[in-house]
Design a protein around this ligand. Structure first.
Ligand code: ATP
Ligand code: FE2
Length: 324
C-alpha cells in the first residue's frame, strides 16, 4: 500500500509518500516567522502559497495511479492552517479517486516513532510546541494519563526564549545555552497529580532574566521543566506496569531531556530508546504512515466528516490497527 500524507498543523507544511516499510519521498515548506512566534494567519497564507508545489513535488516521484489513499492532519492545530491542508487533501482524494483519511497529529507523532523503534506497547512522552502529554494504549485508545494544564513545554521554552532575545524556535538555542551552565536558580515546579503546568514557569524564567545570567536561567528552566515531565512519566510506567518508554514530538530532540529519561529508566529497569531526530518534528511521513495504518484497517474519512478539528484529542480516536 502507498499513501500520500500531508502535514500542516502549525509550522511545517510537508507532504510525503510512504509504504509499509519506508518513506518513499518527502517535500516540505516550513513557515519560519520573521519576528516573534507563529502567527496563525501568516502561517496559513504561507501554506496556501506552497501547498500545491509541495504536493506536486511528491507526485512527480511516482505514477499517481499507484497511490492508494490520501491522509491529512485533521487536528489538533491552528484552524486556518488545518483548513488549507484539509482542502488540498479532499481535492487530491477526489482527483485520484482514492479514500481520504483524517489523522490525529498527536497519534501520528507516536506511530512514526513506534515505526522507527519497533516498540509494541510503550508509555509515550509526547512533548512538542503546543502539546505535552503522557499516553498509553489500552482497549483501542491512546489514553492520556497526564498532560499540561495550560501551555505545551515547547511553547513555554519558545516564549521564554523570545523574551531573552533568541529567535523562534527557541528550543535548540535554550538547550545550547543551558549546556554552558551548572548554576541552578529556583523555579516553580508544578505537578498536580498526573498533570503539569508550564505557564507560571515561563513567566518566572522571564522575570529571572533581570537577576541572573541567561545561561543560568536556560539551565534552570530545562532542569525544572524536564524533572516535572520525568516525574509524571515514571509514575505512568509504574501505574501501567509497562517497561518500554517512547519519546515523541519536537522537544524530544533535546539531549538533556533524553539523558534524564534514560537515567530514570535505567534506575527502574525500563527500556528507553533514544529517538532519531529525523521524525521528531512535524513531518508529512508521520501523517502518511498513520494514514496507511488506518486505511489498511478499513478506517476512512468521508468528505462530510473531514472538517478541521483544532482541538482533536488523541483519545477520541478508536485505534483499529492495534489488537487487544
Ligand atoms: P504540536 O505537536 O503540539 O502540534 P508543533 O507541531 O509545533 O507542536 P513540533 O514540530 O512537534 O511541534 O515541535 C516543535 C517544538 O520543538 C518547538 O517548540 C521547538 O522549540 C521544540 N524543539 C525543537 N528542538 C528542540 C530542542 N533541541 N530542545 C527543546 N525544544 C526543541
Ligand atoms: Fe507536532
Amino acid at each position: 500500500m502507498i499513501v500520500l500524507g500531508i502535514e500542516g498543523t502549525a509550522w511545517n507544511l510537508s507532504a510525503s509518500l510512504v509504504n509499509e516499510d519506508t518513506v518513499l519521498c518527502e517535500a516540505s515548506a516550513p513557515y519560519i516567522p520573521i519576528a516573534g512566534g507563529i502567527h496563525p494567519r501568516e502561517a496559513a497564507q504561507h501554506f496556501a502559497g506552497s501547498v500545491a508545489s509541495v504536493i506536486r513535488q511528491v507526485l512527480r516521484s511516482i505514477d499517481p495511479d499507484l497511490i492508494d489513499g490520501v491522509a491529512f492532519s485533521q487536528g489538533p492545530g491552528l484552524g486556518p492552517c488545518l483548513r488549507i491542508v484539509g482542502t488540498a487533501a479532499r481535492v487530491l482524494s477526489l482527483r485520484l479517486n482514492v479514500p481520504l483519511v483524517g489523522v490525529n497529529h498527536c497519534i501520528a507523532h507516536i506511530e512514526v516513532e513506534r515505526w522507527n523503534t519497533d516498540l509494541k506497547d510503550p508509555v509515550t512522552l509526547y512533548v512538542s510546541g503546543a502539546n505535552s502529554q503522557v499516553l498509553s494504549y489500552r482497549h483501542k485508545r491512546y489514553r492520556i494519563l497526564g498532560e499540561t494544564l495550560d501551555i505545551g513545554i515547547g511553547n513555554c521554552i519558545d516564549k521564554f526564549a523570545r523574551s531573552a532575545g533568541l529567535s523562534h524556535p527557541g528550543g535548540p538555542k535554550v538547550e545550547h545555552l543551558a549546556g554552558t551552565s551548572q548554576n541552578y536558580v529556583p523555579m516553580p515546579y508544578v505537578v498536580k497529580g498526573m498533570d503539569f503546568s508550564f505557564s507560571g514557569l515561563a513567566t518566572a524564567a522571564q522575570q529571572t532574566l533581570s537577576s541572573a545570567p541567561v545561561e543560568d536561567v536556560c539551565f534552570s528552566l530545562q532542569e525544572t521543566a524536564f524533572s516535572m515531565l520525568v516525574e509524571v512519566t515514571e509514575r505512568a510506567l509504574s501505574q501501567t506496569k509497562k517497561t518500554d518508554l517512547l519519546l515523541a514530538g519536537g522537544v524530544g530532540a533535546n539531549k538533556r531531556l533524553q539523558e534524564m529519561l534514560a537515567i530514570m529508566c535505567e534506575e527502574r529497569g525500563a527500556e528507553f530508546f533514544r529517538p532519531k531526530s529525523e521524525y521528531l518534528q512535524d513531518n508529512g511521513a508521520m501523517i502518511a504512515y498513520t494514514g496507511l495504518l488506518m486505511l489498511s484497517h478499513g478506517v476512512k474519512t468521508t468528505i462530510e466528516s473531514s472538517a478541521a478539528n483544532p482541538n482533536f484529542r488523541p483519545d477520541e480516536v478508536e485505534v483499529q490497527w492495534i489488537s487487544g
